[in-house]
Design a protein around this ligand. Structure first.
Ligand SMILES: Cc1cc2nc3c(=O)[nH]c(=O)nc-3n(C[C@H](O)[C@H](O)[C@H](O)COP(=O)(O)OP(=O)(O)OC[C@H]3O[C@@H](n4cnc5c(N)ncnc54)[C@H](O)[C@@H]3O)c2cc1C
Ligand SMILES: *[C@@H]1O[C@H](CO)[C@@H](O)[C@H](O)[C@H]1NC(C)=O
Ligand SMILES: *[C@@H]1O[C@H](CO)[C@@H](O)[C@H](O)[C@H]1NC(C)=O
Ligand SMILES: *[C@@H]1O[C@H](CO)[C@@H](O)[C@H](O)[C@H]1NC(C)=O
Ligand SMILES: *[C@@H]1O[C@H](CO)[C@@H](O)[C@H](O)[C@H]1NC(C)=O
Ligand SMILES: *[C@@H]1O[C@H](CO)[C@@H](O)[C@H](O)[C@H]1NC(C)=O
Ligand SMILES: *[C@@H]1O[C@H](CO)[C@@H](O)[C@H](O)[C@H]1NC(C)=O
Ligand SMILES: *[C@@H]1O[C@H](CO)[C@@H](O)[C@H](O)[C@H]1NC(C)=O
Ligand SMILES: *[C@@H]1O[C@H](CO)[C@@H](O)[C@H](O)[C@H]1NC(C)=O
Length: 605
């Protein structure tokens, strides 16, 4: 949805950042070096754990964040402006993936949040919990029944606060209130500003058996299949991130110290117990560093009880490898002594793909004209700043849907169904009221609808590998998108399904044709595959690089209680521990996981 000039314009229009009152901007301002717990990464999961552990005023916690403060940044508050924050803004790590063999050698940016809140400060605020079977599978592969949905759903009560939509409309047929909590910390809401395609999306649900209406899209006790109304991590027109919901309300707790602009260089072994190394030390320096010049003076902090690694699916395997925890065949040539030889560290990278299928449409009712007019954008920002209303107070879309690759598809003759269960979706559709291609440049003219398709059950597996012993060298990120028969088959089927969708009465008089050379040329299997490999990108849901596995097996990186295999003192709490991707957007499942992890940590100490 963004073009370079639009992004520059938005960034130039925001208010100056307020400095957080009790967040330290430099690690040298810290008054001590020993804490009960040291949490690495003030992201989605890290701030949940920080909040819950400091509920006990006797417990001291240090949270170390490489990035910057999110406070006062209008573009991080306005849900619609999420896609303007990356790739390449000041809240982004600015990673680029390696050339993709499944995508004609292309590479592209790989956004990760560089701020308090981590990815929840820059994400698109879609919120759900995954399917019931996703959690059954986590319980199954870890041989730990406590990861099943029937146990996990209790954490909704602590996490979720369902609030009315911005425009106050009646949502009784858009959400099932009894499935939701109003007592948790993170505000969740239904759309609060209508978009012109909403009636067509809802009409489709009565015209196409592929897209039945689903009254609640949160998952868990409810099937995700069908088309329904988006639930967003936002309330009152403002993004609800882990920073705004889990940190801000408790940032004055005397035993909670949060330091930003501080990069963890590596973990330090502090001893050995029961024949296993103990990692209670953490080496830090100021951000930012460069490939040649680390960030100045190096400091050390120590945890009395545990170090909690919450640096995310990219940062966590990077820190482990820098610390000598990983594949010795990777570490040895880089000159890093191997303390724990585990080739699963940084392996098993799984991500959801994002294919923006863009069509030209009749009329001028889409959001394209507004988004390409500086005057309109400025007016809409002013409206947001002054009243927290308007297009930018709403999320980027109002509806989304989930579907399966049909059971009679030829692919199942050779490939087992990779879904977590027979009612779990394989793919997602996101109807968008404009030209929606994050990181791309909007055409100067025309009105568009975009039906994004997202592969939720990829069978491709990639890797994260450090390329040197310098912590400021970005790791090599290789998701290996579209490298299996199932993945390309499934993406091809999503394109065919979307072609059927635009032929329904709800859309046929509106959509005039596909937009973009390779999409226009995509008329048979071979040309659709070429189009998929040309245009696919990421929806930013990497998981799996420090996966949970049974304590008794050689698989995985952490035990089902999230402690590092073969070590003492270290637990991993972030999206890297999911052994499979949930068949949904990842923040909701991760909030529940982090709430459970907090209980595990309290119980163990
Ligand atoms: C652009 C974008 C859009 C997305 N949209 C959605 C969406 O709409 N809905 C949804 O459910 N999910 C979405 N996601 C995914 C979701 O936000 C992530 O899966 C989830 O928030 C990841 O949480 P985490 O705790 O694993 O990692 P993060 O939130 O990334 O936290 C890791 C933190 O560790 C810090 N860190 C890393 N390395 C170091 C180091 N060496 N030293 C110190 N600190 C370090 C990072 O700066 C970061 O703050 C999106 C993600 C992105 C990037
Ligand atoms: C709109 O704003 C951008 C960024 O400030 C600028 O580069 C561009 O020239 C402006 N366009 C018009 C038509 O004023
Ligand atoms: C935590 O804060 C309390 C004051 O509320 C203080 O008495 C105590 O010493 C602190 N504990 C630690 C471990 O810092
Ligand atoms: C990413 O790039 C932007 C400039 O586009 C910069 O402001 C930001 O600091 C960079 N992020 C990091 C982690 O260096
Ligand atoms: C659980 O795992 C076993 C193998 O360990 C497998 O046979 C079974 O189908 C799995 N069940 C589910 C529900 O995933
Ligand atoms: C927006 O759409 C909803 C659902 O279709 C409807 O209830 C509401 O009245 C609409 N609001 C406006 C301002 O048109
Ligand atoms: C981070 O700290 C370094 C070292 O003191 C300083 O040069 C830099 O400006 C700081 N960055 C931010 C965003 O505060
Ligand atoms: C759309 O708007 C443009 C000007 O903004 C106008 O030139 C064009 O005729 C309009 N098209 C239709 C189909 O209304
Ligand atoms: C699968 O079944 C559907 C509906 O019965 C049918 O339209 C389609 O042609 C079938 N596909 C295959 C590959 O057999």
């Amino acid at each position: 949805m963004r073009s370079p000039s639009f992004t520059a314009f938005v960034l130039a229009s925001v208010l100056a950042a307020r400095v957080g009152a009790v967040t330290l901007n430099q690690w040298t301002q810290m008054t001590r070096t020993t804490y009960d717990y040291v949490i690495i990464g003030a992201g989605n999961a890290g701030l949940v754990v920080a909040n819950r552990l400091t509920e006990d005023p006797r417990v001291s916690v240090l949270v170390i964040e490489a990035g910057i403060s999110d406070l006062g940044l209008v573009e991080a508050q306005a849900p619609f402006l999420g896609p303007t924050l990356s790739p390449g803004g000041k809240l982004d790590w600015n990673y680029t993936i390696t050339p993709q063999v499944g995508m004609d050698g292309k590479s592209f940016p790989y956004p990760r949040g560089y701020a308090l809140g981590g990815c929840t400060t820059i994400n698109y605020c879609f919120h759900q919990y995954g399917s019931n079977a996703d959690w059954t599978r986590f319980a199954n592969v870890t041989q730990d029944p406590s990861w099943a949905w029937d146990n996990m759903k209790q954490y909704k009560t602590r996490h979720e606060d369902l609030v009315p939509p911005l425009d106050g409309h009646d949502t009784s047929n858009q959400v099932i209130a009894s499935l939701h909590s109003t007592s948790g910390l993170t505000k969740i809401s239904l759309p609060g500003y209508n978009q012109s395609i909403d009636p067509r999306v809802i009409a489709l649900t009565t015209q196409s058996p592929e897209w039945p209406f689903n009254q609640d899209m949160s998952g868990g006790d409810r099937s995700l299949l069908g088309m329904g109304w988006l639930q967003s991590s936002a309330g009152g027109g403002i993004r609800s991130s882990s920073s705004t919901s889990y940190l801000n309300p408790v940032n004055t707790r005397p035993n909670l110290t949060v330091v930003i602009n501080t990069t963890v260089l590596k973990l330090l072994q502090t001893g050995t117990s029961g024949g296993k190394p103990t990692f209670l030390g953490v080496q830090i320096s100021s951000s930012p560093g460069t490939s040649n010049v680390p960030g100045g003076r190096i400091g050390t902090v120590t945890a009395r009880k545990e170090v909690i690694l919450s640096a995310g699916t990219v940062g966590t395997p990077q820190i482990l490898q820098l610390s000598g925890i990983g594949d010795k065949n990777l570490l040895q040539p880089l000159g890093i002594p191997t303390i724990i030889n585990n080739p699963n560290v940084g392996a098993n990278l799984i991500d959801h793909t994002f294919l923006p299928n863009i069509f030209s449409v009749n009329g001028n009712d889409t959001l394209d004209n507004m988004l390409r007019s500086n005057v309109s954008v400025q007016n809409t920002i002013n409206q947001f700043v002054q009243t927290k209303t308007g297009v930018f107070a709403n999320n980027v879309v109002n509806n989304f849907g989930f579907s399966r690759i049909p059971a009679n598809s030829s692919i199942y003759q050779t490939v087992a169904d990779p879904a977590s269960g027979p009612d779990s979706p394989h793919w997602e559709i996101i109807p968008s009221d404009y030209w929606f291609r994050p990181g791309g440049t909007r055409p100067a003219t025309g009105s568009y609808v975009t039906f994004v398709s997202v592969l939720l059950t990829p069978t491709s597996r990639g890797t994260i590998k450090i390329k040197s012993k310098n912590p400021f060298d970005a790791p090599l990120i290789d998701p290996r998108y579209l490298t299996t028969a199932f993945d390309i088959f499934a993406m091809r089927e999503t394109v065919k399904s979307i072609k059927r969708l635009v032929a329904t009465p709800a859309w046929a008089d509106y959509v005039t044709g596909p937009f973009g050379d390779s999409f226009v040329a995509a008329v048979d299997d071979a040309s659709i595959d070429a189009y998929v490999r040309d245009v696919t990108t990421t929806i930013f849901h990497p998981v799996g690089t420090a996966a949970m596995a049974p304590a008794s097996s050689n698989a995985g990186v952490v035990n089902p209680d999230l402690t590092l295999k073969g070590a003492n003192g270290l637990r991993i709490v972030d999206a890297s521990v999911f052994p499979y991707n949930p068949s949904a957007h990842t923040q909701g499942p991760l909030y529940l996981l982090a709430e459970k992890a907090s209980d595990l940590i309290k119980a163990a100490n």
